[in-house]
Design a protein around this ligand. Structure first.
Ligand code: SAM
Length: 327
């Protein structure tokens, strides 16, 4: 079991398998962005599996595969099958924009995937195009309906964009009234590749006030080690969650590490990577050396996201794109 210096057990890894994406969401990876990792810098599947095997041995119990868009990486399903076959983690989740995922849903269900998060900021095809720069709304909905049909626990992630989708929030909430899913509204964070902070961002109180006008919401608290404040909707199966991602009120129970596609470990969404496994994995490092590097990164985990951001700014580094970090 891994513990950080603040007494938190670290048992959850979010792995971005690529920094590339097939959408261009304005708040994440804007049109024209070109600063992608060279393909030779991406860890190979063999390197990823070796890293994951070591993480599992250290006590990581939950893995979330994210990106970029994980399904733009060729043969993602081969990696998932192998992770499953090796029984590395108790829980395997995936976060996707849903554009390419629908054909893979039956197999993911057969493997017993623990859950899928589908990112969708609007229930309107035109708004979708304006936010993502692409015309793929129908494909995302196909993934959503396939996940429901195969009984995969499904969440929708909706980033609240003060200038773009506040009219969409209630229609998105209706999805939780009509289906047994959780729709999670996320405060916008400054990870749009330009380091800009939206000074007019909607914080969780404002999101809650807005949603409360349409839904009879009953607070259930934060899920275990989770980031979403959850609400039951009276008489409905679905739930609504609000993630104070920019306010950062949930750091006290943080149990996660983030690993980017080139094997850099960040212990907080707001911090620069604390260690790199890239040269260790490409060179002749032993498993003992790999595990030591992972533990050394964990020992630097900041107490909260505000402290992490302060340290990053002091070191003159700036926020990356969310696609490079993995969300
Ligand atoms: N491509 C996949 C997807 O769309 O779900 C996985 C990667 S994406 C970076 C992971 C999550 O981060 C998505 O739910 C996305 O909405 C969220 N995200 C991206 N940029 C964000 C930002 N600036 N603020 C808040 N959430 C953001």
């Amino acid at each position: 079991m891994i513990k950080d210096t603040h007494g938190r057990t670290i048992d959850y890894v979010r792995l971005a398998v690529t920094d590339r994406c097939n959408l261009r969401c304005t708040y994440c990876l804007p049109e024209g962005f070109t600063n992608f990792l060279p393909r030779t810098d991406l860890l190979t599947y063999e390197e990823l599996l070796r890293m994951l095997t070591n993480l599992s041995a250290l006590g990581i119990k939950k893995l979330r595969i994210t990106g970029g868009e994980p399904f733009v990486r060729a043969d993602l399903m081969t990696l998932i099958e192998e992770i499953h076959a090796r029984k590395l983690f108790e829980k395997l989740h995936i976060t996707t924009n849903g554009v390419l995922a629908a054909p893979h849903i039956p197999r993911l269900a057969a493997l017993g995937i623990s859950g899928i998060n589908i990112s969708l900021d609007t229930a309107n095809a035109e708004h979708f195009k304006a936010i993502t720069g692409r015309d793929n709304f129908d494909q995302v909905m196909a993934t959503f309906h396939a996940a429901l049909a195969h009984n995969i626990p499904t969440r929708i992630n909706t980033v609240v964009l003060s200038d773009k989708n506040t009219d969409d929030l209630i229609p998105m909430g209706r999805m939780a009234e009509n289906h047994p899913i959780e729709v999670r509204f996320i405060e916008e964070m400054p990870f749009n590749g330009k380091g800009e902070i939206n000074s007019n961002y909607w914080n969780y109180q404002r999101i809650l006030l807005h949603l409360s006008q349409a839904f009879d919401l009953h607070p259930e608290g934060f899920e275990n080690n989770g980031t979403a404040m959850r609400y039951r909707i009276a008489g409905k199966q679905g739930k609504i969650g609000i993630i104070p991602a920019y306010s950062r009120t949930f750091c006290g129970t943080c149990n996660r590490l983030r690993i980017n596609p080139k094997g850099e470990i960040a212990t907080c969404l707001y911090s620069a990577p604390e260690a790199s496994l890239f040269t260790l994995l490409r060179g002749n490092a032993t498993d003992v050396e790999l595990r030591a590097a992972i533990l050394s990164a964990v020992s630097k985990k900041p107490v909260n996201g505000h402290k992490a951001e302060e340290q990053m700014l002091l070191s003159n580094k700036s926020h990356n794109t969310m696609a490079a970090i993995g969300g």
